[in-house]
Design a protein around this ligand. Structure first.
Ligand code: HPA
Length: 298
């Protein structure tokens, strides 16, 4: 590959053989072979507690796996069944702002794929840009704007390994429409329609929150929410053919006005996560119970 460039280093450390070794090691510990992967966003790690017959592995104990450094992210992979379906949950994800190369932040998606995962549900905390959104809304992501990608920071940059997917993957169908419909119908049944939204998620690198001018720019580009994750994972998940559902919890209103007294902060993000955790869990488990997965013995 490219041993002398930083991209090459990241690629060779997180290439097919390395991801396969990590996946095989995990499968040897796991009580189930997962068909479903869940990524828990900031303050939403409780989703993993819904799994039955759990086996948890700390990231630090998994050969070749990155380490999580953020408050609100436990840093564990939890295996078990959710509504009878074999599942693996990431309690904590990897962000660009932690200083990881982008290929490292998305390595778990390839490990998921090589363990047999076919559908990934990603959750995150996000700032609301759409003036119709309020704190505590759950936004079903229907599309994204990959701002780091505009500057060439895309997780698929570098030599393409066809065992994962094609060189130029389509992204206009990144977010599975059937699963989005399922969330909306379930939300109506659960009487959650008052706080369910849909929209476009824009990702920035962080860790600083956005300026007023940046929020206004993102809004005028068509973004409804802003955060620091998810998009790069979705790109890698779609590249290797996994189906994707992604949900943002709107934990704060992005500051769009110079007269505003509000200031974005991580504590508010975590607190709102706790407020809506239960509904988020019900929604995710409801979708899982109704979604079709391959009929495979585990
Ligand atoms: N901006 C970026 N990331 C975030 C925000 C925000 O306002 N809220 C939660 N994650």
């Amino acid at each position: 590959m490219f041993p002398d460039s930083s991209t090459g280093w990241a690629l060779s450390r997180y290439g097919y053989e390395e991801c396969k070794a990590t996946a095989d090691w995990l499968l040897a510990q796991a009580p189930v072979r997962p068909l479903l992967g869940v990524v828990c966003g900031s303050g939403l790690g409780g989703l993993a507690e819904m799994l039955k017959d759990q086996t948890a592995v700390r990231y630090g104990d998994v050969p070749g796996f990155p380490q999580s450094t953020v408050d609100g992210h436990a840093g564990r992979l939890v295996f078990g069944t959710l509504k009878g379906k074999p599942c693996v949950c990431m309690q904590g994800r990897f962000h660009l702002y932690e200083g990881h190369p982008i290929q490292k932040t998305t390595m778990p998606m390839r490990v998921f794929k090589l363990m047999g995962v076919e559908t990934v549900i990603l959750t995150n905390a996000a700032g609301g840009l759409n003036p119709d959104f309020t704190v505590g809304d759950i936004m079903v992501i229907k599309d994204h704007i990959n701002i780091p990608g505009f500057a060439g920071n895309n997780p698929l940059v570098g030599e393409n390994d066809k065992r994962f997917g094609e060189r130029f993957p389509c992204m206009s169908d990144a977010y599975d429409r059937g699963l989005q419909r399922l969330v909306h119908s379930l939300a109506a049944e659960l009487d959650y329609s008052g706080f369910i939204q849909e929209g476009v998620y824009s990702a920035l690198g962080g860790p600083s929150f956005e300026t007023v001018a940046e929020c206004r720019m993102l809004r005028s580009l068509g973004a409804d929410a802003v955060g620091m994750s998810t998009v790069h994972e979705v790109i890698v998940a779609r590249h290797c053919g996994m189906r994707v559902l992604a949900l943002s919890l709107i934990t704060n209103q992005a500051v769009m006005d110079y007269d505003s007294e509000k200031k974005a902060n991580h504590e508010e993000v975590l607190q709102t996560g706790q407020l809506r955790a239960q509904q988020m869990e019900k929604l995710v488990s409801g979708v899982v119970s109704r979604m079709e997965l391959a009929d495979r013995r585990h």
